[in-house]
Write a protein of this length. Structure first.
Ligand code: FE2
Length: 273
């Protein structure tokens, strides 16, 4: 199975990159299943029904969230109507929506997608490791699901790496999001799980993590209120990770970074068939 995960889409330039590049990648890489993190897609803060539909039309199968999941209030009701939109599973009990679900993929296959939020330098939420374990107790990759993907939304590299090892051999892909900077550590862990500490953002890299650079720089220079931060509007780089899984085990056979458009060095995996 061929999977792709696209990192945090920031603002209009990020949305344009998804619309322009995702349909092409889906075809050229023969992708079976695509997950997009959309929590910064609406002017950097949250997402909307219209934006999620644009992602689904471009080829996304599931849209994940994070600490900005509720920044656009319409998502609080929208998530109850749209099973393909996830929010972190370790939000408090009673929170609308779901943090994990099994989705259909071509060829009668099943993909479990989970979205969890890390805790170091983040909001004090329930233990994400326990939340993941609770789901994984009922799931066996290669038996009742064909692939497992976790979007682990967090600040600290250590916590994200630890989650990768925690799920090693149980998931097809554990990928970090939230820092908006792609890491170069994509690898297949010893147990067969593809891992990358952070997928990076799908946004304009002539920016401070997606935002127009002047205002954030001023915030570091002077401890004074500044004008509102706005997403940078130059051409975005679609950043993500491509994983090919073994059809028997559901574990990773190949992992490659994806970077298309914009300022970052370009990288599209060569695939056959
Ligand atoms: Fe975030």
């Amino acid at each position: 199975m061929r999977l792709m995960f696209c990192g945090d889409v920031v603002g209009r330039s990020g949305r344009d990159a998804i619309a322009a590049h995702l349909p092409v990648l889906k075809k050229d890489l023969s992708l079976d299943f695509v997950v997009v993190n959309g929590e910064n897609a609406a002017s950097g803060f949250g997402m909307t029904e219209k934006i999620c539909n644009q992602f689904f039309e471009a080829g996304a199968d599931v849209v994940t969230g994070g600490n900005h999941s509720w920044d656009q209030r319409e998502c609080i009701s929208y998530i109850e109507r749209e099973p393909r939109l996830l929010r972190p599973m370790n939000f408090p009990e009673g929170t609308p929506g779901k943090g994990a679900a099994v989705f259909d993929a071509p060829g009668n296959r099943k993909v479990l997608v989970m979205n969890a939020m890390a805790r170091l330098f983040m909001d004090p939420l329930d233990d994400p490791f326990a939340a993941v374990r609770k789901i994984m107790d009922r799931v066996k990759i290669g038996h009742n699901v064909d692939a497992v993907i976790l979007d682990f939304h967090g600040e600290a590299t250590s916590e994200k790496v630890a989650m990768g090892h925690y799920l090693d051999g149980k998931a097809s892909l554990v990928v970090g999001t939230h820092t908006h900077i792609p890491t170069a550590d994509h690898q297949i862990l010893v147990g067969g799980t593809a891992f990358q500490t952070d997928a990076g953002m799908t946004g304009d890299y002539d920016s401070v993590i997606g935002m127009n650079k002047e205002v954030p720089v001023q915030r570091f220079l002077k401890k004074m209120p500044t004008e509102r931060m706005r997403p940078a509007d130059g051409e975005a780089t679609l950043c993500g990770i491509f994983v090919e899984t073994d059809d028997e085990t559901g574990l990773a056979r190949r992992v490659e970074p994806v970077r298309v458009g914009g300022r970052l060095s370009q990288m599209v995996p060569a695939v056959q068939g």
